[in-house]
Design a protein around this ligand. Sequence first.
Ligand code: SF4
Ligand code: SF4
Length: 324
Amino acid sequence: MSHTLMNPSFEGRLEAAGLSGLRRDRLETAQINLGRYCNQACLHCHVEAGPLRTERMEPRTAERILELLAQSPAIRAVDLTGGAPELHEVFRPLVLGARSLGLEVIDRCNLTCLFVAGQEDLADFLRDHQVRVVASLPCYTQANVDRQRGTGVFDQSLRGLFMLNALGYGQEGSGLELDLVFNPLGPSLPPPQAALEAEYKRRLKDDFGIEFNRLLTVTNMPIKRFSEQLRRVGREETYWTLLEDAFNPEAVPHLMCQNLVSIGYDGRIYDCDFNQMLDLPAEGAPDVWSIRSFEDLAKARITTGRHCFGCTAGCGSSCGGSLL
Ligand code: SF4
Ligand code: SF4
């Protein structure tokens, strides 16, 4: 009998591995989701973001987050996500506010947003404020990228990478970090990160002259749009079984929820962006108006569920790539 059949829940698997009761350990990162609006509508998107979504963070919420960051000295980085975070009105005020507090700022960039009307100065803005860019590029070939992210996305992504390289991003010694994110095209686990990074570096340099710093491999989470897509082709349960059977207790001490807090566009607080999309709030901290500091959430218990198998399968997965 497989482990999954003996003990199917995530908490049960943690307990069997002597790791039950996941708690935040050190709080280092505030991941802020600015809203669901995006200029793309990718097949794997766990946010179900797209051009027709209207949810956006209001300026007063962003101001409150900056107040809390000023009261949270343990936090070292602000990770801006969406949707396409850059296309939200609070993006630049949050970057400026966080940088003035001396925090690292990460922009989860889809690259095509650099070419949206009105964003002509976006790349310069990112460089001027030393924002670390983490850009999605699920393959180094046009066919695979366009299949997952939409027709024409690969060409525009390359144009975006050329533009960022020309500004110094991804170039040794520039201090301007450019990381790429790989996620599998279908219901499978990502290959080992280091080998794939070497392959990406070789192909993007040889074929297009593009350079970057690190490749982050990420497991697709079977929630929202990706789970609907799997359901349509009858592969949802097979994928869940794959994730559950690949549970790796060694990934647990590295889970990103132990070091971050996730904030929704409406100011509600979660343990991670996946919990946010599943509407599973953080224990004891409903929103940014009910706490005095993000550090109120340090040591808090983390809300888990079946989706957590997406973070512990194989080498593990997080917004920072493979865990092992
Ligand atoms: S995966 Fe990223 S780029 Fe694609 S729709 Fe979702 S938020 Fe937009
Ligand atoms: S989905 Fe991943 S990051 Fe979120 S609570 Fe579960 S294990 Fe932690």
